[in-house]
Ligand binder design. Structure first.
Ligand code: ZN
Length: 242
């Protein structure tokens, strides 16, 4: 059982009727409904007490999902620091779509994470190519899948060189984007996946559900507690002193 916490900013669903129509149970609800795996899911939003992530919930979260867009600046620096410490201790993080500009992703990357983008009312065709089919995050996926209406996110994407590239997206305008990539920070694993604009029903797509489910499983590390590993080293030194 993996304890998954889905953190959704939750403001578009309150403010924008078209978004609420696509996601009547919010974006986090659509994601939660589609995940397939042995997951215990907790859904929280920015407007919940302690911005959705009191320390006790953070402490028992194995993998945190992050969707934000309008209110990145409202997330407290203290919360970002507490999440960062959980990640470097081994908690998994899955950052979705416009979460690329969140304080949290910026903190973990150390860059602005800027990118090129184009938002058309009718959307762009996005073809998501699986470029590392042997990777666990690509399990069960076809060679590529298409999102008929997506927001174009294009290169250059201002991130450090990812540890792994799983997906590369192509758009009808000819742009390309590193749409699925992984990073390690301390003991924690981070997966970024870009499709997920709020005015399109992308989080109702079965391929997207599969990617996020796989991403959670990959980011989860059962032996994540750094204190246990540190104690093991003390108990069994490689070169014991006489
Ligand atoms: Zn967007």
């Amino acid at each position: 059982m993996i304890n998954v916490t889905i953190w959704n900013e939750g403001r578009h669903e309150k403010r924008d009727a078209p978004v609420a129509a696509i996601y009547p149970d919010r974006i986090d609800g659509a994601i939660a409904a589609g995940l397939v795996g042995d997951f215990a899911i907790t859904r929280v939003t920015l407007d919940d007490p302690e911005q959705g992530l009191p320390q006790d919930l953070l402490d028992r979260t194995d993998v945190l999902l992050w969707w934000g867009h309008l209110a990145h600046d409202e997330v407290s620096d203290d919360l970002v620091s507490r999440i960062q410490q959980r990640i470097v201790a081994g908690m998994g993080l899955v950052v979705l779509h416009s979460g690329h500009h969140s304080k949290l992703f910026g903190r973990m990357m150390g860059t602005n994470a800027n990118l090129s983008w184009r938002e058309l009312p009718e959307g762009d065709l996005e073809r998501v190519w699986v470029i590392d089919p042997a990777h666990p995050i690509a399990e069960g996926l076809p060679p590529y899948f298409e999102i008929p209406a997506s927001e174009m996110y294009g290169e250059p994407f201002d991130i450090p060189q990812p540890d792994e590239l799983i997906f590369l997206s192509w758009y009808s305008g000819g742009e390309v984007f590193r749409s699925g990539c992984t990073f390690k920070r301390g003991r924690g694993r981070i997966f970024f996946f870009s499709p997920g604009h709020e005015t399109f029903p992308i989080y109702h797509d079965a391929h997207v559900h599969r990617v996020i489910s796989n991403g959670i499983r990959w980011a989860h590390q059962p032996h994540r507690d750094g204190r246990i590993l540190a104690n093991w080293h003390r108990a069994a030194p490689l070169h014991p002193k006489p």
